[in-house]
Each structure stands twice: as structure tokens, then as C-alpha cells.
Design a protein around this ligand. Structure first.
Ligand SMILES: [Mn+2]
Length: 322
């Protein structure tokens, strides 16, 4: 539960100055919705907040969520941050490669990834057993005895549904409780419409590429794809995981001299966050992270793309020993 420690953080924040809420870069539904909820909550408590993100938002269902729920989220290039700004990081952690170090001081981290918050943070709430940061936010509203308005509920429900793939991935009892509560106050027609329409017609080309090149080794499906967006990489990974014979997925796609990875697993004892950190961070060829059953990473541009088959082989080894 949110605690008196969060109230201590609030006491340290100046109500006359704006507070920056920063979702992780290239934010997803959970990052945007939990930031939106934090913005509403802090506004109710008398603070002035702005949501600032880095990267870009290209996924159609996320654009729909932002537009239809009128979420005020601003790009870092359109906001002037000062070194004195106080930043609350949502669904990510400062120090991780997917959280840009913006001007200002990071004072809080609220996240459900496997992360270590740095010591200089004033407040941290990291719950790797939770399916979404949205779930954590539902508990914050409860702590303050505040009702969650319809737009915020709808967004949080979407964050929870996307991150847990409709309660099939990384779910805790708290997520189920949060889902029940959110369904009471969310616009379910809008939620389902945003959730169902995840693809655009042009995305079918990525499926064609996948079906042409995908390979299988026992319960592992893997593929080095021609360029495909990181969001689509996740969609394709979930698609492969829905095949009965496939329990693990490794996808790699090159883009602008770099390469992006997406991993999925439905094996209870597999920890993909550990695997990807071992293969990329520890060997120095890139960086990655995430959860036990869902992880992502990037290979540095200094690594030749000719090495991708070799890197893929190293990942295949990880699933062989299990
Ligand atoms: Mn999340």
C-alpha cells in the first residue's frame, strides 16, 4: 500500500512549483496511464503537475487512449525543464537506459520492473511482483480515500490489461482486485475499443516477414526480422507465444545501425530480465531489462549487424540449458 512515506515525499515537494511526472521513454499504456493517475492525484492534493516524456508515441491504440481521454502529456522538446525541477519517475527507474536523465532532480520512483533505485531518491515504491504500475496507483487512490474518475479509471484499466496481456502474464492478487475496482468506474466500451484495435493494416507486412523467417527449436521460436517497430516486436512475440508448441520467443530487428530485442516466455522458472542483462549488459554489447516473462533490449551501434546471427545463437543457448 501507499504509505506515510509517500506523504513525507509530498511534504518535501513545494506546492508553489510544478512537479514533473516522467513515464519511461517510448512510453506504453501502463506508463502513460499511471502518470495520468499520478497527475490527477497530485492535482487533487494541491500540486501542479506536468507529464513530460522522451522518445515517441507511435502505437495507434496508445494515441487513441491519449486523444480520447484527453491526457495532457508533453514531449521533452516542448517543455523547458530546469535543474531545480522535481521529477517523479513512473513505470521506470532513473539509471535504467529507458529513462532519459532530464534536467531536474529525480525524487521518486514508482515502478514494477526488476530495478534498483539509486540512493539519492527521496521515495521509492518498486513492486516487481505487480503486473502493472497502474495497480500501484489504484492503491494510492485508496490510501487517500479518493474516487478515481472515469477517464483515469479507463486509462488505468488499459495499462493493467496491456501489461498483463489481459491478466495472463505476471499477475498478482492486487492486480485482480484493481481490475475489479477499475471496471466499476471505467468506460468499458471505450476500454475494449482501445484494447481491441492494436494493429494498423500496414502492420500486416511485419506478420508476413515473421511468417517467412521464423524458426523453431523445441519450444523456442526465434527470428531476425527486417525493420519493425519495437511495439510491433512485442505484438509479434505475443502472437508466437500463443502457439501451443512455443513457450519462449526471441525476436531481433535492426534499425539505424542498432538492433532491438524482444523476449517472451511462459515458463514459470525462466527469468528473461536476468537473461537479457547477462547477454547484453554483462557482455557490454548493449543493454536490456524488464520482467521475468517479458523483456526488451538494445544492441549498441558499435556492434556490427553481421553479428546478429551469432548473438541470436547465444540467446538460443540460454534456453537450451533449461
Ligand atoms: Mn508497466
Amino acid at each position: 500500500m501507499a504509505s506515510q512515506f509517500f506523504e513525507l515525499l509530498l511534504k518535501k515537494l513545494d506546492q508553489h512549483k510544478r512537479v514533473i511526472i516522467q513515464p519511461h521513454d517510448f512510453p506504453d499504456h501502463d506508463a502513460v496511464s499511471s502518470s495520468f493517475a499520478m497527475q490527477y492525484l497530485l492535482t487533487q492534493l494541491g500540486y501542479n503537475c506536468v507529464i513530460v516524456y522522451s522518445g515517441y508515441i507511435s502505437r495507434v491504440s496508445l494515441k487513441n487512449m491519449i486523444n480520447w481521454l484527453a491526457i495532457d502529456i508533453r514531449h521533452i522538446n516542448d517543455e523547458t525543464l530546469t535543474p531545480d525541477d522535481k521529477i517523479i519517475v513512473m513505470d521506470g527507474c532513473i539509471g535504467e537506459r529507458n529513462v532519459t536523465d532530464m534536467p531536474g532532480i529525480e525524487v521518486a520512483v514508482i515502478d514494477h520492473h526488476q530495478v534498483d533505485a539509486p540512493d539519492f531518491i527521496w521515495y521509492e515504491d518498486v513492486r516487481p511482483d505487480y503486473g502493472s504500475t497502474a495497480t500501484i496507483m489504484v492503491e494510492y487512490f485508496k490510501y487517500f480515500g479518493l474516487e478515481i474518475p472515469e477517464a483515469v479509471s479507463t486509462a488505468l484499466l488499459l495499462g493493467l490489461m496491456f501489461d498483463t496481456n489481459s491478466l495472463t502474464r505476471g499477475v498478482s492478487p492486487s492486480d485482480i482486485k484493481a481490475m475489479l475496482e477499475l471496471r466499476e468506474s471505467a468506460d468499458l466500451t471505450l476500454t475494449n475499443k482501445i484494447f481491441r484495435n492494436q494493429l494498423e493494416y500496414q502492420d500486416l507486412d511485419n506478420f508476413k516477414d515473421l511468417l517467412k523467417d521464423v524458426q523453431r527449436e523445441r519450444n523456442l521460436a526465434y527470428c531476425i526480422l527486417p525493420y519493425c517497430s519495437t511495439q510491433m516486436l512485442g505484438v509479434l512475440g505475443d502472437f508466437l507465444l500463443s502457439i501451443d508448441e512455443v513457450d519462449n520467443v526471441v525476436l531481433i530487428t535492426p534499425h539505424h545501425q542498432r538492433a532491438y530485442l524482444s523476449l517472451r516466455s511462459e515458463c514459470p522458472n525462466t527469468n528473461l530480465a536476468k537473461i537479457i542483462k547477462k547477454q547484453l549488459n554483462d557482455s557490454g554489447i548493449g543493454y536490456g531489462g524488464g520482467h521475468k516473462h517479458m523483456a526488451a533490449g538494445v544492441i549498441h551501434s558499435s556492434v556490427s549487424l553481421n553479428n546478429l546471427p551469432k548473438i541470436m545463437n547465444q540467446f538460443r543457448q540460454q534456453f537450451r540449458v533449461r
